[in-house]
Design a protein around this ligand. Structure first.
Ligand code: PRX
Length: 663
């Protein structure tokens, strides 16, 4: 394109506040009729039968929503189904020979793997048989500590087949984090692997898994190890360790009848960060969750069975559970998995994959988009990305500049972008435009989905005026919602409902879900999510609790006290800033800083590594002793310091600020 024209285009994109989906997209979209919003409102909650209808049920449900005991809502009660059968068996007749998973390993000299539905079904059955033989029974929690290799979704679906909930721990988390989660879930089984490839290196994962197992307080019955690295890593096997390939070979051709699960039976647990140091075990169920992910995959991601759909998230987080595994597979489409980082071997790896596989959708995170922008448009420009029909983002706010870059350079100004707000707890998407129905406004996720009652309210629970900031709330239950925190109903009510509900009431209208996000709403009902209002950070789209990081730092010898806040970061969104007071007799300096970074990596993982460690003799505290995090955030961001008059020690703030400036 001639240069002048490009400048003109930039100017036009910069001014444009509203983007209209192309006619060619709308004409083929799964949902293109605006009336869906009104219909769902009028027919709520029966509207969600539409989601349930996307699934095969062994036993029809009697009631769509049982709201007799809020906030312990139940969906599709009386219904029975199996998630593995819904993701595999029912597609065999029509799509048995089509690809279910296209897996791309990081090394470019290695063969990629394709699993047809037939092949995936076979291996899931074989592994399910192996799990059964190991003694895994219905409702036994099986932990998976695995990177992006096909055996991870296989193990998840094998568990779903026999009614054993899985608990996947992100492979980037530390050994300690694995132990904490296995202890909390009383999980006696672990599926892991020897290692994986990351930026060209073979990472030895098994050693970390073994270390984690050392911290498990109960007896671990069996550990299954997938051999990913072959000769690159000769991993030791413990007494109760079993080789995945041997297990599958021993059960070659086995068929395991999918267990009929009650709609409300647990499908999986996923641990996520909250305000306290202890991660929360979010419980998702079989019927509501699967219906939710299937419906949103169809309506929002516009997935059709013949698509090749690419989500670049990691299955260790909720996005991968819902939108690499359960949603796409329940619709019988081809879902892609990529093992490595987008900059290996070059910064065009994703574009190369999209071109090669002719992907129809790309669902990624703003952090990735900001990195792509930084690397430059020459990388996507080298590739034919015309197969793409839709783009999506998730995990953090996306600024209009990044949105427009994505729209232009990846979508060729022809793909609608869905900016989807949701959480581990919501199971699937909640606020986003329906791409075949609504215009897009860069920076704003859009209106709530049909049938989803999201309101932005003030501290009294009253709706705020358009343009004013308030708290995001969900005023009605939805099928994909978490049901509780594992074995902790009390904390479930306390964390999500207490803020805006009358907790003594059994009238569902008195119950409001609070996701701990701030937001604004405009005249058209479009919601802009501003970020967390609790002590949770969002680093590269990864959710981390400040308390978790603080307790890791305080665990380091010589640290007396620590406060962690998020500072702005142009690629990561937020970065971890740690303010640390050392104990008498310990020296501040590089050695201490290194030990602190190591302490955080050991307790949580490299994703939580502090960007800056600032030593200080005191932390700014109110007279009642509360740390003023807002001021520490201002310091991290180099902003003018807010009001310090309520502090017991106001002078400390400028002292800390000068230290950050020196860094
Ligand atoms: O703060 C919101 C942010 O990510 C949080 C949820 O994190 P997690 O449970 O790890 O799930 C991430 C993937 C769904 C939310 O509380 N968030 C998520 N999506 C968006 C977002 N913030 C702004 N815009 C989004 N589209």
């Amino acid at each position: 394109m001639p240069e002048e024209q490009d400048v003109e285009l930039e100017a036009r994109l910069a001014d444009q506040e509203r983007f209209v989906p192309s006619e060619s997209f709308v004409s083929q979209a799964n949902v293109s009729d605006d009336s869906v919003y009104e219909t769902f409102e009028e027919e709520w909650p029966e509207c969600w039968e539409q989601a349930a209808d996307l699934l095969d049920w062994n036993e029809e449900y009697d009631t769509v929503l049982d709201d007799s005991n809020p906030p312990f809502y139940e969906w599709f009660t009386g219904g029975e189904l199996n998630a593995s059968a819904n993701c595999l068996d029912r597609h065999l007749d029509e799509r048995g020979d089509e690809a279910a998973i296209e897996w791309v390993g990081e090394p470019t000299d290695e063969e990629n793997r394709t699993y047809t539905y037939e092949e995936l079904h076979r291996e899931v059955n074989e592994f399910a048989a192996a799990l059964k033989e190991m003694g895994v029974g219905e409702d036994d929690v099986v932990t998976m500590y695995m990177p992006m290799i096909p055996e991870l979704p296989i193990a998840m679906l094998a568990c779903a087949r026999i009614g054993a909930p899985h608990s996947v721990v992100f492979a980037g988390f530390s050994a300690d984090a694995l132990a904490t989660r296995m202890n909390s879930a009383d999980s006696e089984y672990l599926v892991t692997c020897d290692g994986y490839y990351r930026r060209g290196d073979a990472l030895e994962h098994k050693a970390k898994a073994d270390e984690g197992l050392g911290g498990v307080e109960h007896e671990v019955s069996d550990v299954v190890v997938v051999d990913r690295l072959g000769d690159d890593y000769d991993h030791p096997m413990g007494e109760n360790h079993r080789d995945y390939d041997d297990l599958v070979a021993d059960h070659a051709g086995a068929e395991v009848e999918p267990v009929s699960r009650d709609a409300e039976d647990m499908l999986f647990l996923m641990y996520t960060s909250g305000t306290t140091g202890q991660p929360k075990g979010v419980k998702h169920t079989t019927g509501g969750y699967l219906a939710w992910t299937a419906w949103t995959s169809q309506a929002v991601l516009d997935i059709k069975p013949e698509d090749t759909y690419f989500c670049s998230a990691d299955i260790g987080w909720i996005t991968g559970h819902s939108y690499i595994v359960y949603g796409p597979l329940s619709l019988g489409t081809t879902t892609m998995m990529y093992e490595g980082t987008p900059d290996h071997p070059e910064q065009d790896r994703l574009w190369e994959i999209i071109e090669e596989y002719e992907a129809d959708q790309l669902y990624t995170a703003p952090t990735a988009i900001r990195a792509f922008m930084k690397w430059g448009s020459e990388y996507p420009d080298k590739h034919d990305l015309s197969s793409l029909r839709l783009l999506g983002t998730v995990g953090e706010p996306i600024n209009p500049r990044a949105w427009k870059w994505y729209y232009k350079h990846i979508g060729g100004e022809d793909c609608p972008i869905i900016d989807t707000w949701w959480q581990t707890e919501t199971g699937g998407m909640m606020v986003t435009t329906l791409p075949g129905v609504k215009d897009m406004k860069p920076g704003s996720a859009g209106p709530p989905l049909p049938g989803v009652d999201v309101q932005v309210v003030d501290t009294d629970g009253e709706q705020v005026e358009p343009g004013r900031a308030g708290h995001l709330t969900v005023q009605k239950p939805w099928p994909g919602m978490l049901r509780t925190l594992y074995q902790n109903d009390e904390r479930y009510v306390e964390e999500y409902w207490a803020e805006y509900s009358d907790t003594d009431s059994d009238d569902p209208d008195d119950w409001v879900y609070f996701p701990e996000d701030g937001a604004k709403i405009d005249e058209d009902g479009y919601i802009t999510v501003l970020g967390r209002v609790d002590d949770v950070l969002n680093v590269s789209g990864h959710r981390l609790g400040t308390m978790e990081i603080e307790s890791a730092i305080v665990g380091v010898e010589g640290v007396a006290e620590a406060a962690v806040v998020g500072g702005n970061h142009d690629v990561k969104g937020e970065a971890v800033y740690a303010y640390v007071i050392t104990e008498d007799g310990y020296e501040e300096g590089d050695e201490m800083r290194d030990r602190i970074v190591e302490g955080v990596e050991d307790a949580i993982g490299p994703i939580a590594r502090p960007e800056a460690v600032v030593f200080t003799p005191e932390l700014p505290k109110t007279r009642s002793g509360k740390i003023m995090r807002r001021l520490l955030e201002d310091v991290a961001n180099g902003e003018e310091l807010g009001n310090t008059s309520t502090l017991r020690n106001p002078e400390i703030v400028s002292e800390i600020a000068s230290k950050v400036g020196d860094d």
